[in-house]
Design a protein around this ligand. Structure first.
Ligand code: PRP
Ligand code: URA
Length: 210
């Protein structure tokens, strides 16, 4: 599996990303944009879903056409900020199941701290897409994916909006089998392990907590 991220440079995604980066964008618009970007990214991240041919009758004739086949999907947002992407992806795959993993970065160490994990009982039989707007040090994504793998899942993608090179390197080293999708690969992390230029604290901007 390639360790390069799939960078989604579609003009609509890039335009919306500029708006979410802007510090003058308020919580309501920020939430809407994160959800819209997630929908557009999900469209691309599901491009390789397998199809099978079926025969149906249109009002005019019998037609051979295609439907999704293979394993069903589950989305796993990393709380809190990952929840901001959930509605957007569920719009495209409304039948997907949803698991939740709660992790926060300790403000001193920037290490992830687990506080919640509830995954669908049949998750091992599903393709899983983990969603979180930010991949900074990679600690949260690495731990979340470890928790999902412990439940027997073998097919995992990670979808974030902004990735830092440091987080991407750590994630691909820890989980080389996981394909990473992002809308932008930014420059670096600052001393507080925030992505530069980034968009600030995604959770705080979604929920207006700062
Ligand atoms: C943010 C973000 C990721 C994590 C990324 O969450 O949503 O989960 O930081 O950082 P990392 O790659 O260095 O682990 P945060 O811990 O701020 O929690 P929140 O979503 O509840 O605000
Ligand atoms: N978490 C965020 O929300 N933003 C960053 O830049 C890094 C971690």
């Amino acid at each position: 599996m390639s360790t390069k991220p799939f960078i989604m440079d579609h003009p609509l995604i890039q335009h919306k990303l500029t708006l979410v980066r802007d510090k003058h964008t308020g919580s309501k618009e920020f939430r809407e944009l994160i959800s819209e970007i997630a929908t557009l990214m999900c469209y691309e991240a599901t491009r390789d879903l397998p199809l099978t041919e079926v025969e149906i009758e249109t009002p005019v004739a019998v037609a051979k056409t295609k439907v999704l086949s293979g394993r069903k999907l589950a989305f796993v947002p990393i709380l809190r900020a990952g929840m901001g992407m959930l509605d957007g992806v569920m719009q495209l795959v409304p039948a997907a199941k949803v698991g939740h993993i709660g992790l926060y970065r300790d403000p001193e160490t920037c290490e992830p701290v687990e506080y919640y994990c509830k995954l669908p009982s049949d998750i091992a039989e599903r393709d899983v897409i983990v969603i979180d707007p930010m991949l900074a040090t990679g600690g949260s994504a690495i731990d979340a994916i470890k928790m999902i793998k412990q439940r027997g899942v073998t097919s995992i993608k990670f979808m974030c909006i902004i990735a830092a090179p440091e987080g991407l390197a750590a994630l691909t080293a820890a989980h080389p089998d996981v394909k990473v999708y992002c809308a932008a690969l930014d420059d670096h992390l600052n001393d507080h392990k925030y992505i530069v230029p980034g968009l600030g604290d995604a959770g705080d901007r979604i929920y207006g907590t700062k």
